[in-house]
Ligand binder design. Structure first.
Ligand code: HEC
Ligand code: HEC
Length: 294
């Protein structure tokens, strides 16, 4: 009997040692991924200088950036769980603690389109795989505005991850949140549709905003990367939206408040843009059951 207990003890000890080794390996792998250096020299983008284009840039920033970087892009405490990681969305202005004064024009393009900081490190969570598809014109207006954004003094915490955080990262428990890994940095720039009430332009708005991140690759229902969030509902004509018309859609976007989805960001879209989004959603294959992908 004693012998059996001893053997069980040795077995359990061995298993524990193995698990510790596996965790060390996974955490190390997470660290390697976060500290890999990407040598990217992005193509320069022409920055407009007239007031109307800069104002348009401010509107685009309200749609695409303030949800994470905060009002006035002065930075937020985006993810803060001391057991896993502290990841701020930094202050983008040229105020104290902001990155605005340090970034060159090409640094802006590298960060937004490629998800890589000036030192070549991949940016965590920043959705550059969507922004990679932004037109030169939209990106130029965004950067032109950011360079003139009113300076706000606000410092961000340095990015830090814990052993557990890095282990879970490698296990894929946070989803794919290092966009630099997923972008084909040398792919030819995709053609951009002309703005207007068309399915193609609606698709451009949906993919650059990243509706797929939460509503699923087919927009037929998906899992928000935030583990606490409810599933993103089915947006195809087979779901609840099958009973909606354009007016219901635009009205919902313009008036709904939600803790989980930034309706107020989409509210900065023009009627033409929301009509294009609606056309695109209506063009999708009708999927009846919500296809939430875990
Ligand atoms: C889903 C949230 C999210 C959205 C939306 C987002 N960002 Fe970020 N962004 C982040 C986070 C988080 C970081 C910090 C990443 C890190 O430290 O690894 C970041 C980092 C950056 C940096 C890097 C600063 C540096 O040099 O270290 C820039 C520049 C930036 N974002 C610009 C933008 C712009 C412009 C937009 C809109 C077009 C935008 N971001 C939209 C979350 C977001
Ligand atoms: C960060 C995750 C996230 C993103 C990105 C996102 N959504 Fe949502 N959306 C949700 C969640 C979660 C809900 C359901 C909860 C709620 O309405 O409060 C929702 C609800 C909706 C609804 C209401 C549906 C219903 O059944 O009442 C519409 C319409 C919608 N989203 C459209 C869009 C469109 C269009 C985009 C892209 C332009 C988008 N969403 C991007 C998470 C997201």
């Amino acid at each position: 009997m004693k012998k059996i207990i001893r053997w069980i003890g040795i077995g359990a000890g061995g298993l524990l040692a193995l698990l510790v080794l596996v965790a060390i390996g996974l955490s190390w792998r997470g660290n390697v991924r976060l500290n890999r250096i990407y040598n990217i020299t992005p193509e320069a983008v022409i920055l407009p200088t007239d007031a109307a284009d800069i104002q348009e840039g401010e509107r685009l920033v309200a749609i695409y950036c303030t949800n994470c970087h905060g009002d006035g892009v002065s930075g937020t405490d985006f993810f803060n769980d001391p057991t896993l990681a502290v990841i701020d969305a930094p202050n983008l202005t040229s105020g104290e603690g902001g990155v605005g004064a340090q970034l060159s024009d090409v640094d802006w393009v590298r960060a937004i389109r490629h998800g890589v900081d000036p030192a070549g490190r991949p940016l965590f969570i920043m959705p550059s795989r969507n922004f990679y598809l932004l037109s030169d014109e939209d990106l130029g207006e965004i950067i032109a505005y950011l360079k003139t954004a009113p300076p706000v003094d606000h410092s961000a915490n340095d990015r830090s991850t814990t052993f557990l955080g890095r282990t879970l990262l490698t296990l894929g428990l946070f989803g794919d949140l290092i966009d630099a890994e997923r972008i084909n940095h040398t792919a030819p720039r995709p053609a951009v549709p002309t703005p207007g009430v068309t399915v193609e332009y609606g698709q451009y708005l949906a993919v650059t905003f990243g509706c797929q991140t939460c509503h699923g690759p087919q927009l037929a229902g998906g899992k928000d990367p935030d583990p606490e969030a409810p599933p993103g509902p089915n947006l195809t004509p087979g779901g609840k939206l099958g009973a909606w018309d354009e007016h219901t859609f635009i009205n919902t976007i313009r008036t709904r408040k939600s803790k989980w989805m930034a309706f107020e960001a989409l509210n900065h879209m023009t009627d033409t843009e929301l009509q294009a989004l609606w056309r695109y959603l209506q063009s999708l294959p009708a999927v009846t059951a919500d296809q939430v992908q875990e």
